[in-house]
Ligand binder design. Structure first.
Ligand SMILES: Cc1ncc(COP(=O)(O)O)c(C=O)c1O
Length: 418
């Protein structure tokens, strides 16, 4: 989520026509030195000529994104952040991060294979794996890099990647980097996945999905996809960014579906949503972990996750284990928000409300903000189907009064903006 609480640039659909209309080389109009004044001058002449038309094109379509720094003492009802379990300001999580800084210092000091692996990394990896029912885990410095790392390390000319059309941008980018042939299949279409797998020439294949989709908020048919992958000798990679901590009483959708620990199932996750920290992980068989340590470039050539982030995620995981009903409140809040906005209840924390267009979505989000409620919005290119939406995230720990007030503000804003 961006700092403006309005745009969500981290989401993007499959191999992006929506991306390409933002920055096409044909629009570049690069100016020569004669146009840009003194070579190397700091007035930005060359870049202004290059980029200003692109900025104007975005502005004319209502798609400009802006950063707005939030204040630490801001008093808004938060329905925009990804702090699903409400743990980012939990004293136990904060204290663990502070203690880790005191013990380990402010930095991991190097990449994981040099000095960047601490006892905290090791504990976090085994704890995450145990909680999700997987045999091993490997922590990356973000969920984005976890997807990039595992998909590129499994990809290549001998691997077909079969990707759902609505997967997150990090999976899309991993596909692009992987040098694999990529088949993009319609959303949640098990038959199309089977067909792509059956018709392949590559010896290996990986099916790429999310357990709970970040834009639509719906769930993947995990059992059917696992079965079709197994039938065709393929691996199923499930991004549980929106599942772990939320679905399956917190243990995630793969665990709930009885697929945890199967040797053709891989889970990727982020530590930055339910676990209130930063970082990501790949969970799966030990042989995969070994392969990633040796082959995943975003793991090998990146500084290890900050010890404070490891400790915060571990503390949040402990809270989740000690308070197993915490995820329930996410679902009751999400159901209430969905009912207020007259949309289908979501499988996770994100309630996605279609809006007539990007301007209406931004206007509605601004009206909410003016009335003390922070919500997000999805606009192209973040939405693979091109439909702008309000993005409401349900949080554990929201009081009934706040929820009542938020529902009233949001429904009024939607009416006014549409
Ligand atoms: C489905 C999905 N995968 C991966 C990520 C990336 O995680 P991180 O923010 O830890 O890089 C996100 C975050 O928005 C996500 O929604």
């Amino acid at each position: 989520m961006t700092g403006d609480g309005v745009a969500e640039p981290s989401k993007s659909g499959a191999a992006g026509p929506a991306d390409s209309d933002v920055a096409g080389p044909s629009e570049s109009g690069v100016a020569g030195p004669a146009d840009s004044g003194v070579a190397g001058s700091s007035d930005g002449g060359l870049l202004v000529e290059w980029l200003a038309p692109k900025a104007a094109a975005l502005e004319s379509r209502g798609l400009t994104r802006r950063l707005r720094a939030r204040a630490a003492d801001e008093v808004l009802i938060d329905l925009a952040s990804n702090d699903y379990l409400g743990l980012a300001r939990d004293p136990r999580v904060i204290e663990a991060a502070v203690a880790a800084v005191r013990e380990w210092g402010a930095s991991a000091t190097a990449s994981r294979l040099v000095t960047g692996t601490t006892a905290l990394h090791a504990e976090l990896e085994s704890s995450l794996a145990a909680y999700a029912g997987q045999s091993s885990g490997l922590v990356f410095s973000s969920g984005y890099l976890a997807n990039l790392g595992v998909i590129t390390a499994l990809g290549g000319p001998g691997t077909l990647l079969v990707s759902d059309e609505h997967v997150h941008a990090s999976i899309v980018d991993a596909c692009r980097l992987s040098r694999s042939r990529v088949e993009i299949v319609p959303h949640n279409d098990v038959e199309a996945v089977g067909k792509a797998l059956a018709e392949r020439n590559e010896p290996h294949a990986v099916v790429l999905i999310e357990s709970v989709y970040s834009v639509l908020g719906d769930a993947a048919p995990l059992e059917a996809l696992s079965a079709v992958a197994l039938e065709h000798g393929a691996v199923l990679l499930v991004d549980e960014a929106h599942g772990l901590g939320v679905t399956g009483n917190g243990h995630g959708s793969v665990h709930a579906a009885g697929l945890a620990g199967l040797d053709h199932v891989i889970v990727t996750m982020t530590l930055s949503k339910s676990l209130a920290s930063q970082g990501g992980a790949v969970l799966g068989p030990a042989v995969l972990r070994e392969h990633l340590i040796n082959r995943a470039r975003p793991f090998i050539f990146d500084t290890g996750l900050n010890p404070a982030a490891c400790a915060a995620a571990l503390a949040a995981l402990r809270v989740l284990i000690d308070e197993p009903t915490r995820p329930d409140t996410i679902h009751t809040t999400a159901a209430r928000l969905a009912a207020a906005c007259n949309v289908t209840p979501s499988a996770g924390a994100v309630v996605s409300v279609p809006m007539p267009g990007p301007r209406e979505a931004v206007h509605a989000a601004s009206l909410c903000l003016e009335n003390g409620v922070r919500v997000g919005s999805f606009r192209p290119p973040s939405v693979p189907d091109g439909i702008s939406r309000l993005r409401l995230t349900a949080h554990a720990g929201l009081s009934t009064d706040d929820l009542d007030r938020a529902c009233a503000v949001i429904t009024t804003a939607i009416k006014e903006a549409s």
